[in-house]
Design a protein around this ligand. Structure first.
Ligand code: GFB
Length: 319
């Protein structure tokens, strides 16, 4: 079925989670779409508070919604803050999806994650492998909340005809990432740790885990571009994976980040830290059929991210 194109120009478009890495990349990409962009800060409206979300949506009635707000983090954050990852993400998803439906939203995009797929599903991971096996234990609460959001978008389309779509990004990195020493994702964690080691003259940096897991990494501005493309052209209940279709080991990633940062010390492995799922490479053939491919290489993306890190953190890169 040919999907009717959805125009963003002139529409009121709500970017939920605009301060996050994904939300801020969406704002950068949406700037050239001629839409009327709506954002709210957590202090104005806590998206976990249903009454506050309902009141805001009734007042603003956005015509399109990018639901990029979520409580996110790396493997240690997910495995430590298990209750918060489940509650916050369930509350945000259910409140925003319901309020979008109740206030005439014409199109909504829900952002899932590659961790919704079973830990040992065959690779590359196809969209129809969801719910075919046990999840990775370290991020099960987050995955369950994201699966609930996906199912909710699907149910609203089935019962009410809502044009709500769901995308499954792979591991993301880029400007505006979270650099928390314990709770960040791996690329941000390594940039910070290698940079601090370089500046302090430390001789070595310990990676978490064995370095053996494989991960696929998509630059966040590419995700934003793919999201706009799909928002305009895609209207089906099926999930769409968004990734590069290539993966590397964490040990190979460490060498790339160390080179980009200019850290020349030793890299060791702290195997007291969890590896997480051994691999989660996405099958991106549906995305390719829908007319989109990733543009930014991992080397280039890491350089751009490190430059943003230096600028955001006001670091003066030593000569
Ligand atoms: O990015 P990351 O935390 O998330 O970890 P996941 C990726 C891999 O990098 C794991 C290793 O094997 C880690 O052990 N690693 C090595 C490190 N050094 C570091 C470090 O300094 N920091 C971090 N964070 N990892 C997440 C899920 O899993 O993927 C989220 O927990 C979400 O829910 C996200 O789905 C996309 O890829 O393991």
């Amino acid at each position: 079925m040919a999907n009717a194109p959805f125009e963003l120009k002139g529409k009121t478009v709500f970017v939920a989670g605009h301060r996050g890495m994904v939300g801020s990349a969406l704002l950068r990409r949406l700037a050239r779409e001629g839409a009327d962009l709506l954002t709210i800060s957590r202090s104005e409206v806590d998206l976990r508070n249903q009454a506050a979300v309902d009141a805001w949506f009734a007042a603003k009635r956005p015509q399109a919604v990018f639901l990029a707000a979520a409580k996110v983090g790396g493997i240690v954050a997910n495995n430590t803050l298990r209750a918060e990852f489940l509650y916050d993400n369930l509350a945000i998803s259910t409140n925003v999806i319901q309020a979008s439906h109740a206030n005439g939203c014409e199109k909504l995009m829900f952002f899932g994650s590659s961790c919704i797929y079973p830990r040992l599903a065959s690779q590359p991971l196809r969209e129809d492998s969801m719910l075919t096996g046990p999840l990775e234990p370290t991020n099960e609460p987050y995955a369950i909340a994201k699966i609930a959001g996906i199912k909710m978008a699907e149910a609203y389309r089935s019962q009410y005809g809502s044009d709500f779509i769901s995308v499954m990004p792979t591991n993301l990195y880029g400007p505006g990432d979270n650099y928390h020493p314990e709770y960040s994702h791996v690329v941000a964690g390594l940039i910070r740790r290698f940079h601090e080691a370089k500046v302090s003259g430390a001789g070595s940096v310990a990676m978490w885990g064995t370095g053996a897991p494989h991960r696929e990494f998509l630059y966040v501005d590419d995700l934003a571009d793919a999201s706009i493309h799909l928002m305009k052209t895609y209207s089906s209940p099926e999930l769409v994976n968004i990734g590069t279709g290539e993966d590397i080991t964490i040990a190979e990633l460490a060498l790339m980040v160390a080179a980009a940062v200019g850290f020349r010390g030793e890299i060791s492995f702290d195997t007291s830290r969890p590896d997480g799922t051994p691999r989660k490479l996405l099958d991106v053939s549906r995305l390719a059929r829908l007319g989109w491919r990733a543009q930014t290489s991992l080397e280039e993306g890491i350089q751009l991210t490190y430059r943003a890190y230096l600028a955001d953190n006001k670091w003066t890169a030593p000569e």
